[in-house]
Write a protein of this length. Structure first.
Length: 159
């Protein structure tokens, strides 16, 4: 799956955008993105974004639900082996082997990209978006998988 390039915009109830910005300072309206996925026993996921805040560290993860009016609409991170305790901050579950982490740092022009390879495929109907977070992902016990506020969301058909 290679998605067509999309443009981030504010939420609109009448015509929900595919890419939604929640923090216009970090992800200004007009920012563009392309997501891709090659699915199978090993899955490759990629994200390329232009127009973000320059020289900024972003966290990005695959989430369970499609984007909505708020970042919370996308639900929790997709996990290959779901943590029985949600929200998941246990590094046995909230890690780059069990989730898709696409952290990146933008250059001086606000361009960034990330790719991840995981040793599993998405469950049918389980993964519908990529959220951009305000900073890189923490892997410490008790805060594993957290990356700050949800700055933007891109609805993508991953499963």
């Amino acid at each position: 799956m290679v998605a067509e390039p999309v443009v981030f915009d504010a939420w609109n109830d009448r015509q929900p955008p595919t890419a939604v910005t929640y923090d216009a300072h970090l992800v200004p309206p007009g920012t563009t993105a392309v997501a891709l996925a090659v699915r199978g026993k090993r899955t490759v996921i990629g994200l390329i974004v232009q127009g973000l805040a320059p020289n900024h560290q972003f966290g990005a993860h695959v989430h369970q639900k499609a984007c909505g009016a708020t970042g919370a609409a996308a639900g929790p991170h997709y996990q290959n082996v779901p943590d029985p305790v949600q929200p998941s901050v246990d590094p046995r579950y909230a890690n780059a082997r069990n989730e898709v982490w696409l952290d990146f740092t933008t250059d001086a022009r606000g361009t960034g990209s990330a790719f991840a390879v995981v040793a599993w495929d998405f469950r049918a109907g389980g993964a519908h978006s990529i959220i951009l977070h305000e900073h890189h992902t923490d892997s410490s016990p008790g805060t594993a998988g957290t990356a700050g506020a949800r700055a933007a969301c891109l609805t993508v058909p991953l499963s």
